[in-house]
Design a protein around this ligand. Structure first.
Ligand code: BMX
Length: 320
């Protein structure tokens, strides 16, 4: 009768069927059919954060302390308890954790930052607890990815450095996030004269220990305030740390030649710290001088980065 095609049955009477075919075909082409938010978790040496994230938008957030004498089971169940009201609203879980995370297995590199036992099955345990697929990665590597996304992927390469309880780092080289051990700058020894891991001479733990050793009672923000007010003991602690970070940044520039070194973390973003690091780099020839910028996503870079990866968007950009 000249018809090009004839359609019979539920394709006409049940339009939701044809809609579903489109939905499934798009999911096959672009990844997951589950467009629910991601539960993103960041387990740090001092505190843990959790957020419900849709795209790069944080819908809900909460935080719980990471109990110093605790265990991974305990840290996870504290986070689970704090987020149980969100259950059913997320389709995947992303975990950014301090320490080495490989193939879903977690361990400490520096037990002074967090005492994680060897080979803890983080992915399996978290999947059983949260009832959703889990993607897990080192905290600073996740933050490097979050900061890279925040640049709109306009830079070819960035190195991210977080100076907090320890010193973490992540490398995005030509749009590819390096995983495994790559970026664990806090464990390097060159900038501390080879005597100890760099983070033992610079990070939040060091500032607190030095302050106590000198007989002062200030907490870390107060030490930075005292340094800004010109109190010599505090300025010595802050400037000594800044000088070592400057040496590290100069070395990173020679190793990776990134477009920028993005600095984050409680110490890294503390008042005046970045300025002091830059002052120590001022004498370098311009070609060798790293470009330092403050983290755009602040403390949430790791949550945003791991949420993107947990969604499956960019996992093929990771090299393990
Ligand atoms: C340590 C190491 C890194 C981590 C960094 C920052 C452990 C437990 N952690 O170098 O994996 O990225 O600290 O961690 O070995 P944070 O807790 O200070 O953010």
């Amino acid at each position: 009768a000249g018809a090009f095609a004839v359609t019979v049955g539920s394709a006409i009477t049940r339009t939701e069927h044809t809609t579903a075919w489109f939905r499934d075909a798009l999911a096959d082409a672009y990844g997951t059919a589950d467009d629910r938010p991601v539960l993103a978790i960041d387990i740090g040496g001092t505190k843990s954060m959790a957020a419900l994230i849709s795209g790069r938008k944080v819908l809900e957030r909460t935080r719980v302390p990471t109990a110093a004498g605790g265990t991974p089971d305990g840290w996870l169940s504290a986070i689970h308890a704090a987020t149980c009201g969100w259950h059913g609203r997320y389709g995947a879980v992303g975990i950014a954790a301090t320490g080495l995370v490989e193939d879903g297995v977690w361990q400490a590199l520096n037990r002074a930052t967090l005492n994680i036992p060897d080979r803890y099955p983080l992915k399996d345990k978290a999947e059983a607890l949260f009832g959703a697929p889990v993607f897990a990665l080192n905290d600073a590597q996740a933050a490097a990815w979050g900061e890279y996304l925040a640049t709109g992927k306009t830079m070819g390469s960035i190195v991210f450095l977080t100076i907090s309880t320890g010193i973490g780092g992540g490398v995005v080289s030509k749009g590819t996030l390096m995983t495994g051990l790559a970026g664990h700058f806090g464990l390097t020894r060159s900038a501390s004269g080879g005597t100890a891991p760099l983070e033992d001479r610079v990070s939040g733990k060091f500032v607190a220990a030095e302050t106590a050793r000198l007989g002062h009672e200030e907490d870390t923000p107060a030490v930075f305030k005292a340094a800004a007010n010109g109190e010599a003991w505090a300025a010595d602690i802050v400037d000594g740390s800044a000088a070592k970070v400057a040496t590290l940044c100069a070395d990173i520039k020679l190793m990776f030649d990134p477009d920028a070194i993005v600095i984050g973390g409680g110490i890294g973003l503390a008042d005046g710290f970045l300025t002091r690091v830059s002052q120590h780099l001022a004498a370098l020839p311009p070609r060798l001088r790293p470009e330092l910028v403050a983290a755009r996503c602040g403390a949430e870079a790791g949550l945003i980065g791991v949420a993107d990866l947990a969604r499956g968007n960019n996992q093929d950009k990771c090299i393990i």
